[in-house]
Design a protein. Structure first.
Length: 141
């Protein structure tokens, strides 16, 4: 009987873990994006984009310009990284609308956007519903 209970408990834990993983954001920070691109696109960047300065989308432009020559892994990684960063930027831009009710309820007397965010992160709003998901997608936790 204890073995069955352990197996059931383990299965329940895995199910809970899978739900937690599904609710996580699929966004990426700029630092992580650079690391992922260096890993999957490093050879292509060296080959096709040598001498370019990082930033301002130059590497992205170079890889897209050479799309027919770039490795399939790099092409897929670049598309994924771009989509993830765009999702993060959209969440950062939209979080005040998504969280407006929670901001009024929990942090109504707090002034300044950064202070309001810090206040929200200390409340239940940061861990539930659309506001919590927006904060996660924005990369603020």
């Amino acid at each position: 009987m204890p073995k069955r209970l352990a197996v059931f408990g383990g299965a329940l834990f895995l199910v809970a873990l899978s739900f937690a993983a599904e609710s996580r954001a699929d966004t990426i920070s700029y630092a992580d994006a650079v690391s992922v691109l260096a890993k999957d696109c490093g050879a292509d960047i060296k080959k096709f984009c040598r001498g370019l300065n990082l930033g301002n989308g130059r590497i992205q432009d170079c890889l897209e310009k050479n799309a027919g020559k770039v490795s399939p892994v790099c092409t897929a990684t670049l598309a994924s990284v771009i989509a993830s960063i765009q999702q993060r930027q959209a969440a950062q831009a939209a979080y005040t609308k998504v969280c407006d009710h929670d901001m009024a309820q929990y942090c109504g007397d707090v002034k300044g956007e950064g202070f309001v965010l810090a206040c929200l992160l200390k409340t239940r709003a940061a861990t539930r519903g659309k506001c919590g998901q927006a904060i996660t997608d924005a990369g603020w936790r």
